[in-house]
Write a protein that binds this ligand. Structure first.
Ligand SMILES: [Zn+2]
Length: 102
């Protein structure tokens, strides 16, 4: 999972961000063989495989019908279905200069 270091005047923390899968991109751009290839690496929410490229495409269309433009890859509880993972702050430390004053 990608992480980024966030530094603000108040604190420094590490933010983890889940990867997300675009829904609109594949529906616009993927050829039949791309859908077939995607069967190898895209699983259903319960971890099982899609039976066919048509079933996978149907699942993407169902997400789009819900207004979702992206879906999370992994277990994300801070997800925006248009913008993706909003980040998970996993560590906070006081700024270095702040602790040096004490
Ligand atoms: Zn997330």
């Amino acid at each position: 999972m990608p992480t980024e270091q966030i530094v603000t005047p108040e604190k420094t923390y590490t933010r983890r961000v889940h990867l997300c899968q675009s829904i609109t991109g594949p529906l616009r751009n993927w050829k039949p063989k791309d859908w077939k290839n995607a069967l190898r690496w895209i699983n259903k929410g319960d971890g099982s495989k899609y039976a066919s490229a048509d079933e996978l495409k149907g699942a993407f269309l169902a997400e789009l019908a819900k207004g979702h433009e992206v879906v999370p890859i992994g277990d994300c509880d801070n997800f925006d279905y248009k913008k993706g993972c909003q980040g998970h702050d996993i560590e906070t430390t006081p700024p270095a200069d702040e602790s040096a004053k004490k």
